[in-house]
Design a protein around this ligand. Structure first.
Ligand code: SF4
Length: 289
């Protein structure tokens, strides 16, 4: 009889997505309100347009390579919007009248045109699209998120691609923009054993592209950074102490009424917090713009 021990996975100490990790880094209170209090947020036309464009680009790759034209992408806008409305009927309430909706749908067109300036989809065969990637690190921290696109070359080299419908960030914010892609690169490295050759951000808002080549040492450092971040989240959770950290991003925050920095009051701390291993999780495959 074999006496070899069965290797069990480490106990899960927590789960983190790039969005929730970025929330905590930006403002611990924002993290709490989103991940622990689970406060609802109103869909914004800009964010939903990002989701729409992501959906169109995803569907575009369902077509045979030679048919992936700008006209084909434009033709996908209406059906993709109807599909979104079917899954989230409340989105229809964003528009006062049909003219407003038509103008909003029209605003997706330049973003799609920008995509075609940055890449030629007839020459690409993505390995994965809108793909859930996840890994349980040896520390017990689970990382997961949805990658817009993964390209794998015949040589096995991997490229991680993310679409942003916003404009490219100024230099000082580039590191922040890369945070999300490094997160995915780390997950892929730890699951596939391959360091992605390139991280590519396509900024459709101003037709710009940001690329980066990570290396193993850097990803190992990034892993320790995420573990330290989770330790900080765990300490804040234990102490129920999530402080507001005002910044320019407050202009877009929907939770000012719950934020002491703006004269608001957070809701009572939930008695039953969602599973302690999952408050950092963001499982929705929504455009992360
Ligand atoms: S308004 Fe600003 S400080 Fe307050 S929760 Fe939102 S991001 Fe944080």
């Amino acid at each position: 009889m074999s006496t070899s021990a069965i290797e069990l996975p480490p106990p899960v100490i927590g789960s983190l997505s790039p969005s929730r990790a970025a929330d905590f880094k930006t403002c611990p209170l924002l993290y709490r309100l989103r991940a622990i209090d689970l406060l609802p947020e109103e869909p914004s036309p800009m964010a939903v347009r990002g989701t729409l464009v992501h959906g169109v680009l995803d569907r575009l790759f369902d077509l045979p390579a030679s048919q992936r034209t700008f006209a084909a992408a434009e033709a996908l806008v209406d059906p993709q919007w109807r599909a979104l409305m079917e899954s989230q009927p409340e989105l229809g309430g964003m528009f006062g009248d049909p003219a407003e909706l038509a103008s909003w749908l029209e605003s997706a067109r330049p973003l799609l045109a920008a995509y075609f300036e940055l890449e030629d989809p007839t020459r690409l065969e993505p390995a994965e699209r809108e793909q859930l990637v996840e890994v349980l690190l040896p520390s017990g921290l689970r990382l997961r998120g949805f990658v817009d696109r993964l390209d794998v070359a015949p040589t096995g080299e991997v490229r991680v691609v993310d679409y942003k419908t916003s404009a490219s960030p100024r230099e000082a914010f580039e590191g922040k923009a890369m945070f999300q892609l490094k997160f995915y690169a780390l997950v892929i490295w730890r699951t596939w054993g391959v360091v992605p050759r390139q991280l590519r951000l396509l900024y459709l808002g101003d037709r710009d592209m940001l690329t980066y080549a990570p290396d193993e040492l850097e990803l190992a450092r990034f892993e320790r950074t995420l573990e330290a971040l989770w330790a900080a989240i765990a300490r804040a959770t234990e102490a129920r102490d999530f402080r507001p950290s005002p910044s320019r991003l407050c202009d877009w925050c929907q939770h000012k009424r719950s934020c002491p920095a703006f004269g608001g009051t957070p809701p009572p701390y939930p008695v039953a917090v969602p599973s302690r291993s999952s408050p950092g999780l963001d499982s929705s495959p929504v455009a992360d713009d």
